[in-house]
Design a protein around this ligand. Structure first.
Ligand code: GLU
Length: 279
């Protein structure tokens, strides 16, 4: 250090080298979203990339009856979210079959969007301020609320009954986060997906499963030994998530949603999957 100070030319050289290195980093990174770190896909231009590729790649659930469920026999993935993905493919590419579905879980969906594995998340995803720091959201396309699923003969009636109770939830969901706030004395066990969480409930590994009412209703439809209790204790507005900064794609998605609503197609889909028209 002492030596360096005696030789200002060396210091100058080091400063120059450092600034070259830094500007080099910058020039390779100008097109990537800076807020979300390295290894990210380019945020803007998703609509163009979908057109060039000739298909939309949508991240959807494979484990959620009514919204995105894979039928193991046929391999088909079906649900409300899937039909919305098809409508988006139809709007952008003129053909609703031009969509590739990729499985996401609550935990993997944001990283998969950010690294470019998928163009969009359409997967029972609640719009939250925390998530808005990482992704952009479409307009709300469904309003859910968090609730509890218990055995029909359970004494659990709601949040007030959860002290010391094992409650099952899914990693990366708002449900796991909310239940810790709303029932701090509950013992929360987290699973990778909803199928595993429901299997654990049936196996007696916990006394309640918590997530959005509409997901619980889907589970209950497969096994009527279970009931929803405690009402809706949060508000979970669903939005489609897009890489942060791709406003053109957000506009495109919102245009599709508006067209679905204006044409009455949204109501038809709502009725098809959820049994009734929206209120
Ligand atoms: N809507 C909640 C969420 O976004 C729960 C459903 C889910 O895990 O996808 O976290």
């Amino acid at each position: 250090m002492k030596n360096m100070m005696k030789h200002p030319s060396i210091t100058l050289m080091l400063v120059l080298m450092l600034s070259l290195v830094l500007s080099g980093c910058n020039s390779t990174g100008t097109n990537t979203p800076s807020a979300s770190g390295g290894g990210d896909a380019e945020a803007q231009g998703t609509v163009e990339r979908i057109k060039e590729r000739g298909k939309l790649i949508a991240g959807v659930k494979y484990d959620t009856k009514l919204f995105g469920l894979k039928d193991p026999a046929s391999g088909d993935v079906e649900g409300f979210d899937i039909d919305i993905a098809k409508a988006l493919a139809k709007q952008i590419l003129g053909d609703e079959t031009k969509v590739e579905l990729k499985e996401v879980t609550s935990k993997t969906r944001i990283p998969m969007l950010q690294n470019g594995d998928i163009d969009i998340i359409i997967a029972t995803m609640t719009i939250t301020d925390e998530r808005k720091e990482q992704v952009d959201f479409s307009d709300v396309y469904f309003e859910a609320g968090q609730s509890l699923l218990v055995k029909n003969d359970s004494a659990i009636a709601g949040l007030e009954s959860l002290d010391g109770v094992k409650v099952l939830a899914v990693k990366g969901s708002t449900s796991a986060q909310n239940i810790r706030e709303k029932a701090p004395k509950a013992d929360v066990l987290e699973f990778d997906n909803y199928q595993d969480a429901f299997t654990a409930l049936k196996a007696g590994k916990g006394e309640a499963l918590t997530t959005d009412n509409i997901i619980l209703i889907g589970m209950q439809q497969t096994d009527n030994n279970y009931k929803l209790v405690g009402g809706n204790f949060t508000s979970e507005p669903y939005g489609m998530a897009i890489r942060k900064g791709d406003t053109a794609f957000v506009e495109e998605v919102n245009k599709m949603l508006k067209a679905l609503k204006d044409s009455g197609e949204y109501d038809t889909l709502h009725e098809k999957w959820l049994g009734s028209k929206p209120e």
